[in-house]
Ligand binder design. Structure first.
Ligand SMILES: [Zn+2]
Length: 431
């Protein structure tokens, strides 16, 4: 006895999409400690026979706004202009910290159900998201949103700095970085101030870039530069950067990306808000593509698997090549988010954090299984996700998310009642 958990007889799909059979995985104090065959059961407190299952690293949701689960379904069938300016930003202006907290808890429960073991968030009242992360068992990389052109710029930057100082290097499951909203809502001067602060603090940034064609056109009109170039010139690629979207990345932008730049694509939102197909498809093998879900107000679900599936289907069609966006390539895009976060997860190898999914693909939606990756990417859903482990602890076991779901359900209905009574306020910004 001494070690925590032994997974026996594992068939593993690794981060590259390669299948390895007949392994035992030993886990202790949050880490994978041993991989071998026929490890001794008596050394472990808990033994799980995985003969009937597939084990993979967990999913990363590299771009979301978890508190927006409180808005799921509130703004449907509207233009992107109306979505931002007429619905979401006016409601957000009256949002309270407790709405953010409960929305985030609901989102985390949904993410765990869908096999997410870590997520990168971008929102205000970020201390409430940090609280939800620590209480729930998931890993979170939280970026407090900063609007460089707003009157609150200094206080938002100072608040974010304080969160970094409070939480970073204190918890294995929580990291805070700075979240400049976007080049179109932050002047180059304010962007530079934020990035300089990120350098001083030793943290990265998380920012929306080149999300729509209009953003490219207006940036070129006003400065003669693409949004990526604006970000590059103020040092945005000198720090670890999560770039949300980059859907309309231009040829010249490729040269601005550094080894520590990661792009989080959220294809369901692009289709739902009819944002066009963008430009990421032809060069997809040369871009650091990862998967996000965006907030539930636009995507209505927080399943990276669903987004990976859309990415593959759109990509094959745009290129007119069913041989493109192969199963392995899609899987690698789904797993790459682990590299973007500082948690040392994503590989089921000794020394890595024990973040993993145990899949049951012997179900009616996935049988027969000629190809396990095809079964997962094109047929599976949350029902097939039997167990989920984060930092060596089960956060979903036997199909049940290990969170107080009844109280979350009750509280969210309460908060939604209040939110609708308060109604819309005045948006601070214009999209
Ligand atoms: Zn977003």
């Amino acid at each position: 006895m001494g070690n925590d958990i032994l997974l026996q007889n594992v068939t593993l799909i690794d981060e590259n999409g390669d299948i390895v059979k007949g392994l035992d995985i030993g886990i202790d104090r949050g880490h994978i400690t041993t991989i071998g065959s026929k490890l001794s059961k008596t050394d472990y407190g808990e033994v799980l026979d995985c003969s009937d299952f597939i084990v993979t690293p967990g999913f990363v949701n590299l771009h979301t706004h978890s508190p927006m689960n409180i808005f799921k379904g509130i703004a449907e069938d509207v233009s992107i202009d109306r979505w931002f300016n007429g619905e979401i930003w006016p409601y957000e202006s009256k949002l309270e910290p407790s709405d953010v907290y409960i929305g985030s808890l609901l989102a985390i429960a949904e993410m765990i159900d869908n096999g997410v073991t870590s997520f990168a968030d971008h929102y205000f009242y970020a201390e409430e998201i940090c609280r939800a992360v620590l209480e729930s068992g998931i890993r979170g990389d939280i970026a407090p949103t900063i609007f460089g052109d707003s009157n609150e710029f200094s206080s938002q930057l100072d608040g974010a700095t304080e969160l970094v100082q409070t939480y970073n290097r204190q918890h294995r499951r929580l990291n805070v970085r700075l979240g400049p909203h976007a080049p179109y809502t932050c002047s180059p001067e304010s962007l530079e101030t934020i990035i300089d602060r990120a350098k001083e603090l030793g943290v990265g940034i998380h920012i929306h870039v080149s999300e729509t064609l209009d953003q490219i056109i207006s940036s070129l009109d006003s400065s003669g530069k693409t949004p990526f170039r604006v970000l590059h010139e103020v040092g945005g690629m000198d720090v670890p950067a999560i770039v949300a979207h980059g859907l309309y990345i231009q040829e010249e932008d490729m040269s601005y990306l550094s080894d520590d730049t990661y792009m989080a694509l959220t294809p369901k939102t692009y289709m739902k808000l009819a944002m066009g197909w963008g430009t990421v498809w032809h060069n997809y093998r040369d871009l650091p593509l990862c998967i996000g879900t965006d907030g539930a107000a636009s995507s209505n679900s927080l399943s990276p698997l669903e987004q990976i599936r859309y990415l593959g289907l759109i990509g094959k069609n745009i290129l007119g090549l069913p041989q493109s966006f192969t199963l392995k390539e899609l899987w690698q895009i789904g797993m790459r988010g682990h590299e973007a976060l500082g948690f040392k997860t994503g590989k089921l190898k000794p020394g890595y954090g024990a973040d993993l999914i145990v899949w049951d693909i012997n179900m009616i939606n996935t049988l027969p299984v000629y190809n396990p990756l095809a079964a997962i990417i094109y047929s599976a859903d949350a029902r097939n996700i039997r167990h989920v482990m984060v930092d060596g602890k089960w956060v979903k076991k036997d199909g049940d998310v290990n969170m107080p779901l009844d109280s979350i359900r009750g509280e969210i209905l309460n908060r939604v009642d209040n939110l609708l009574k308060r109604g819309k306020g005045k948006a601070m910004l214009y999209f």
